[in-house]
Structure formats: C-alpha cells, structure tokens
Design a protein around this ligand. Structure first.
Ligand code: C2O
Ligand code: CU
Ligand code: CU
Length: 461
C-alpha cells in the first residue's frame, strides 16, 4: 500500500453494514463497500417474481449505514445490460457525487462502476435510488434506506428502518408494466402490492419496554403513503432526515401522516413492556387500513418513559437570512408540448405531460438545457413552488436543505426538508441558503412526472 491508500482506508471507518437491528457499535473498519446492481428474484406472494433489480440476487436492497462527518466510500458496479447512476437522496454532498446522469456524471454502463465518496455532514434517515432508467429500475426494486448515524449515540434501545414501496404484479406475480401514459399524465400509476422492506407485514423484535427509533422511508415511485402507528406512546422525532424544529402531531387513522414519494419520518416508539405485544405501522390502502410492519416486544422490562430520551442533536444546516432575499418562482403544471426529446441512455417515457415554468424539461438528461435559476453561492433565497395542477407533487431539490415558510392552503411546519409535498393548487414558499456549489436536480418525485417534463435543475455558483 502506498501512503495515499493507507490514508484512504484508515480514513474510511465508515461502518457500512447490513445489520438492521439494534446496537450502535457496528462501526466496521472497511476500505469501502461494493454495491453490485444486479437482477434479482423474490417471492412477494405465491410465485417467485423474476426480473427485479437489487444489490443481491434474492433480497431487498440493504440498509446502508454511515456516520455523520465520516467518509463514505461506495463503489457502485453495474451488472445490468442497461445504464444506471446512483443518487443519495437528501445527502448534502459534493455535486460530482450526486449521481445525476449528464448533469453530474456520465451514466454507468453495463460492466462499469463508479466510486462515490462523500462525507455526510448531517445525521438522519436518507435513501438511495438510481437516477438513470429511474422509472424502470425503481419499479423493479432498486431503492434502499441510507442511515447516517449521529456522532454520539442518541440512546435508543433499538433501530428499525422500514422501506415502504409498491410493486405492480400480475395475477401470477410477474412484474407488470410500471406505468401507463394515461396515469403518468395524471397522478401517476400506483402499484398493487404495498410492501415494507419487500415484505407483507414483517415483524421485528425489539426489547420490551425499550424505546425504538423507527425510520420510515417512502421510496415508492408514485404512492403518497398515509401512515400511523397503533400506539399513542410514540413521538415524531425527525422529518426528512432532520430533527424537528417544530413538533409534528402524532398521526392517527383519522388524520394519518402523508408521506410523499422520497419523504421520511422518524418515530420514537415506546415498546410495550409485555412480551409479544406489538406496535404496528399502518397505512391506508384501497382495501382499508393495512398493517405494513410490526414491532414486537421481546424479553421483559419496565416501560421506559419517552421523556427520558434526549433530543436529537441538530444538523449544521445554515439558517436562511430572509432580509432582502430574492424570490424565484417555479410553476408546476401541464406541458404545452407533448413530444419528448431524445433522452440519451437513461430512458424516456416518450411523452411530455408536465412542465416547470410552462416548459417541459428533459428528465434524466439535462444536457444542453440551461438551469431553471442561478443562485449565488452563500446567499439566501425564497423558492416559490406553485402547483397549477390538480395533482399532488412532491418537489425535491438535490444538494441543499430547505425550510417551508408559508403556504396559501394550510399552516405549514418549518422543518428542514429536501422534498415539499405540494397539494392541489398549493403555493409553498421555502427558504434556503445556496451554500453548496453545483448543478442541483430539482424535480417532482412522482417518477412518471419527473420523466415527462417535471425535472430541471438549479445552478449554485
Ligand atoms: Cu430522490 Cu432526484 O431524487
Ligand atoms: Cu435527491
Ligand atoms: Cu408531480
């Protein structure tokens, strides 16, 4: 090993591991991790479903772990015979590690790989997914949770990540077409099998009486998951990765939490003290309330009071200074133009249905198009997100973390986020400090919208 290699590997105490359970001491010393994108098969229902995409031949993409302020080193290799690129959703990282084809990197061809190296400045619940062939590779399963641990153990007795995602399966469990153009022009195409970590109502054991950190990520291409927990002895502690600035009320069956595609919520759950008792994560479905996953108490112990929990340390996100801040408005609506440009190697639905500022944008291939806005490095801005359509749009910005400050429709919570869910005809103003230079993708996270016009980028320089 030369000196540089030694530095690289000793600097990479990164703790990427697939251990999903409790325990904090999983900092594996490793020179990095190889993530191999490959086809997979899996039994969701009666028959085996073939043609999935994952990081192993027969299971869901694993939870990846990193630690705040410690380097992550992830080599993504592509064994498919189509292109890909991996994006680390919600992580503030150097632009060239953002995984957006053409904008930040050349797409990864079959047999090729790309080494992603970045040091996450923020702890919390994030996720990863391809940003090339996004529609088909995500629909085939390639989405996973990325947990960035706090530098200091926040003191939970268990940690559980839940990846909520739909699949579209035929009656004999073959993968169906991920979308229809008719639905892409409206709310998007829903799956017919709702899963948690690719399973139907999986049950996870956690210490009776303990407090579990439940991390729920909606990685679906389309569905706004409406969720709640069956125990009131729980608390929302983080939103889209970041510890709360304003309290989020506990969702119930009557008033569930709307988690749009791309969004995450962390809960602190006080486990029942009696062995075998469960707390269930529920979601609305066409057939009524559906159990997505359960946390089951094992062993016995006195029930820990949620008030004994220390609050999560805040991430170092810069507070926007709104005095004199410029406002940029973005109008999301129908596309005036139904034809779609050639889209390079990253897939295309062949149509434009959606627009930003009345222009259709070219999805995963922004080459040759200008930015939607130019922001000066270090300045604060207000981004006005205006939905001129009856459909809901989870609007996502890469590379920067922002804060909603007002809505024309509702009282909005000023919690840090990377994805704002716009309701019908809603206008949300968000505040942001443009403190990360680069070209940052800015799009709707309903992937059918993203791929049919609703995807541009902002330039920070
Ligand atoms: Cu979650 Cu541009 O992505
Ligand atoms: Cu993203
Ligand atoms: Cu949309």
């Amino acid at each position: 090993m030369n000196r540089r290699d030694v530095l690289v590997s000793s600097g990479a105490m990164l703790g990427v591991s697939c251990l999903g359970g409790a325990g904090y001491a999983v900092a594996t010393a490793s020179p990095g991790q190889n993530l191999k994108i490959q086809t997979a098969r899996y039994q969701f229902r009666e028959n085996i479903t073939e043609g999935l995409v994952s990081l192993s031949p027969d299971s869901a993409p694993p939870v990846l772990y990193g630690t705040q302020d410690e380097p992550l080193d992830l080599t993504v290799s592509n064994t498919l015979d189509e292109y890909t690129a991996m994006h680390w959703h919600g992580i503030r990282l150097p632009n060239e590690m953002d995984g957006v084809p053409y904008l930040t990197q050349v797409p990864i061809g079959g047999g090729d790989s790309f080494r992603y190296r970045f040091t996450p400045p923020d702890a919390g619940t994030y996720w990863y997914h391809p940003h090339c062939m996004t529609m088909t590779q995500m629909a085939r399963g390639l989405t996973g949770v990325l947990v960035i641990r706090e530098r200091e153990d926040p003191g939970f007795d268990g940690d559980q990540a839940i990846n909520l995602k739909d699949f579209r399966l035929s009656n004999d469990d073959a993968l169906g077409k991920a979308y229809s153009l008719r639905k892409a022009a409206r709310g998007g195409t829903l799956g017919n099998v709702m899963t948690a970590n690719w399973q139907q109502a999986p049950v996870y054991d956690h210490p009776a009486g303990g407090v579990v950190r439940l991390r729920v990520a909606n990685t679906d291409t389309t569905r706004i998951y409406r969720i709640w927990l069956t125990s009131a002895d729980t608390r929302v502690i983080a939103w889209d990765g970041h510890p709360l600035l304003e309290p989020v009320g506990l969702p119930t069956e009557q008033v569930p939490m709307a988690l749009g595609p791309g969004q995450r919520a962390d809960f602190a759950v006080a486990m029942p003290s009696a062995e075998g008792r469960r707390v269930q994560l529920m979601a609305k479905s066409v057939k009524g309330p559906k159990i997505m996953a359960g946390l089951r108490a094992v062993g016995s112990g006195p029930k820990r009071d949620l008030n004994t929990l220390k609050s999560l340390p805040h991430n170092p996100v810069a507070e926007p200074n709104l005095t004199g801040a410029e406002t940029h408005e973005f109008v999301f609506g129908w596309s005036p133009d139904g034809t779609a440009p050639d889209n390079g190697f990253c897939g295309n639905l062949g149509k434009n249905f959606w627009s930003i500022n009345r222009e259709a944008w070219p999805g995963d291939n922004a080459k040759g198009t200008g930015p939607l806005a130019q922001l000066k490095l270090g300045r604060s801005y207000v981004l006005r997100l205006r939905n001129e359509s009856p459909n809901l749009h989870p609007i996502h910005l890469h590379g920067l973390t922002f804060k909603p400050i007002r809505s024309n429709k509702r009282k909005i919570l000023a919690n840090w986020t990377d994805t704002a869910l716009l309701l019908k005809d809603e206008v949300i103003d968000v505040a942001v400090v443009a403190d990360n230079p680069g070209d940052w993708a800015f799009h709707c996270h309903v992937i059918e919208h993203q791929k049919t016009g609703l995807s541009g980028y902002l330039r920070v320089e």
